[in-house]
Design a protein around this ligand. Structure first.
Ligand code: TTP
Ligand code: MG
Length: 411
C-alpha cells in the first residue's frame, strides 16, 4: 500500500447486483440457471421487471412489455416475481455492505454506495476492497454476483460499476477518472435524459470528453444550472458525500408503577424487565449498544439519569442489567420512585469484524436470549420469564410500559 494510494483522496464504492430478481430466481431454482428468463407477470399487459443476462442479447430488458419481450426472445422462461424473497436477500446484501463501511447509502434493493475512505488498513488497496466485497456478497448469498465500481467520487464509482457487468470489478483511480470517462457517450452523464442528450447532440457533443472540453459558460447558456452540473461531472468532479441511512440513536424501555417504591430489589426487577426488552429489540434490529442509561422519576416528577459505557458494545440483556444495577447504586436520591427505565445508546450494527470476539465471549448468554426471543415471538412476551422475573411478583403494579426507539436524542 503504496505510492499509488497517494492519489486517492477519497475512496467510494458503488455496488449493484447483477440482474437481481432474475439472479435470485436462478439461485433458488438451479433448473433456471443458464436459461434466458424474464421476471414479471405473464398476464396480458405485464412488463419485464428484469431479464437474466442470457436473455439480454435478444434486446430485452426492464420496462419492456412482456409480450414484446417474448417475441424477441421466444425461448425465455417467464417467472413471476417473489418480492418477499428479494427483500430477504437485499437485507443480507446490505448487511454485508455494512461490514465493509459504517457509511452505506442504499439506492434501491440491490444497489448502494459505500464510503471507503480511510479503510485501507482493514481491506488493503482499492482493488482489494472491491474483490473482498464481491466475495463477501457471493458467500453470504450462496452465489449471487455483484458488479463493483471503485473510484474517488460517487459519480465515477457508479459509472464504473456498470462498465463490466455482470460480475464486474472496475477500479478508476481519481487521477485517471477524467481520461477514463472521456470516450463514454453523454448518456452516461448522471441526470442526462433524452432531452438533454438531444441538446448535447445539437451542440455537437457526443462523448463525455466532448463536454469536458467544451466552454462551460456556453453549456450554462444552453442548459441553465444543469449545464455546470454536467460540466463538473464530465471533468470527474463530484464532491457529493455518501449519506448513510438513519439508524436509531437509542432504544429504551420504561415502566411507570402504580405504587411508588424505594426498594432497590423491586426497582432492580423492573430494570431486569426493561433490559430484557431493550436487548431483544437490539437483537431484532441487528444492533449493539456501547452504553446504557438508567432513568428514574421521583414521586415529585424529578427526572434522574445515570449512564455509562461498556468496555465492549453488547446486545445481551444480562450485561445491560448488571451495568444498570451498578448505576442504580450511584443515585443519591433514595426515592420513592414512580418510573424506572433502561435505555441503550451509542448503537452500532452488529456485523462488523470488531464484534466477532464479543459474540464468541458472550456466546452462551446470547444463545439463551436468542432462544427466548424466538419463544417470545411465537407465543408473546408474557410467556417468557427468567427465574426471579418481576412479572410473577409485581405484575399487578405495572400500569404503563413504554418501549421506545429514539432517532433524535444526542445524550
Ligand atoms: P437494476 O439494478 O436496475 O437491474 P438488474 O439488477 O436487474 O440488472 P443489472 O445487472 O443491469 O443491474 O434493478 C434491480 C432490480 O429492480 C431488478 O432486478 C428488478 C427491479 N426493477 C424493476 O422492478 N423495475 C425496473 O424498471 C427496474 C429498472 C428494475
Ligand atoms: Mg442491479
Amino acid at each position: 500500500m503504496n505510492n499509488a494510494l497517494h492519489n486517492w483522496d477519497r475512496i467510494v464504492i458503488h455496488a449493484d447486483m447483477d440482474s437481481f430478481y432474475a439472479a435470485v430466481e436462478q439461485l433458488d431454482d438451479p433448473g433456471l440457471q443458464g436459461h434466458p428468463i424474464l421476471v414479471g407477470s405473464n398476464s396480458g399487459r405485464g412488463v419485464v421487471l428484469t431479464a437474466s443476462y442470457e436473455a439480454r442479447p435478444f434486446g430485452v430488458g426492464s420496462g419492456m412489455p412482456m409480450a414484446q419481450a417474448q417475441r424477441l426472445c421466444p425461448d425465455a422462461l417467464i417467472v413471476p416475481p417473489r418480492f418477499k424473497r428479494y427483500q430477504e436477500l437485499s437485507t443480507i446484501i446490505m448487511t454485508v455492505f455494512s461490514d465493509f463501511s459504517p457509511i452505506v447509502e442504499p439506492l434501491s434493493l440491490d444497489e448502494a454506495f459505500l464510503e471507503m475512505t480511510g479503510s485501507e488498513g482493514l481491506f488493503g488497496e482499492p482493488k482489494n476492497m472491491g474483490r473482498q466485497l464481491k466475495e463477501a456478497v457471493k458467500t453470504a448469498t450462496q452465489g449471487l454476483t455483484v458488479s463493483v465500481g471503485v473510484s474517488g467520487s460517487k459519480y465515477v464509482a457508479k459509472v464504473a460499476s456498470g462498465f463490466a457487468k455482470p460480475d464486474g470489478l472496475t477500479v478508476v483511480p481519481p487521477t485517471a477518472a477524467r481520461r477514463w470517462l472521456a470516450p463514454l457517450p453523454v448518456s452516461k452523464l448522471w441526470g442526462a435524459g433524452e432531452k438533454t442528450q438531444t441538446r448535447f447532440a445539437a451542440m455537437g457533443l457526443k462523448t463525455i470528453g466532448d463536454v469536458a472540453n467544451s466552454n462551460p459558460s456556453l453549456l450554462v447558456k444552453q442548459l441553465g444550472n444543469a449545464g455546470s452540473h454536467f460540466y463538473s461531472l464530465s471533468c470527474a468532479k463530484d464532491a457529493r458525500k455518501v449519506k448513510s441511512q438513519h439508524t436509531a440513536k437509542s432504544i429504551g424501555s420504561e415502566h411507570t408503577l402504580d405504587r411508588d417504591t424505594r426498594h432497590p430489589r423491586e426497582i432492580k426487577n423492573y430494570l431486569r424487565r426493561s433490559a430484557d426488552a431493550v436487548a431483544r429489540r437490539l437483537r431484532n434490529k441487528g444492533l449493539i449498544a456501547a452504553g446504557v442509561r438508567v432513568k428514574l422519576k421521583t414521586s415529585e416528577f424529578q427526572l434522574l439519569t445515570r449512564q455509562e459505557h461498556f468496555d465492549e458494545p453488547t446486545d445481551v440483556a444480562d450485561i445491560l442489567y448488571k451495568k444498570a444495577s451498578v448505576l442504580l447504586s450511584a443515585f443519591q436520591h433514595s426515592g420513592p420512585f414512580r418510573l424506572v427505565g433502561v435505555t441503550a445508546f451509542d448503537l452500532r450494527t452488529v456485523k462488523g469484524p470488531l464484534q466477532l470476539s464479543l459474540l464468541k465471549r458472550d456466546g452462551r448468554e446470547r444463545r439463551l436470549e436468542s432462544t427466548l426471543d424466538k419463544i417470545a415471538e411465537r407465543f408473546g412476551e408474557d410467556v417468557v420469564h427468567r427465574a426471579g422475573d418481576p412479572k410473577t411478583t409485581l405484575g399487578a403494579d405495572l400500569v404503563a410500559n413504554l418501549d421506545f426507539l429514539d432517532n433524535t436524542e444526542g445524550m
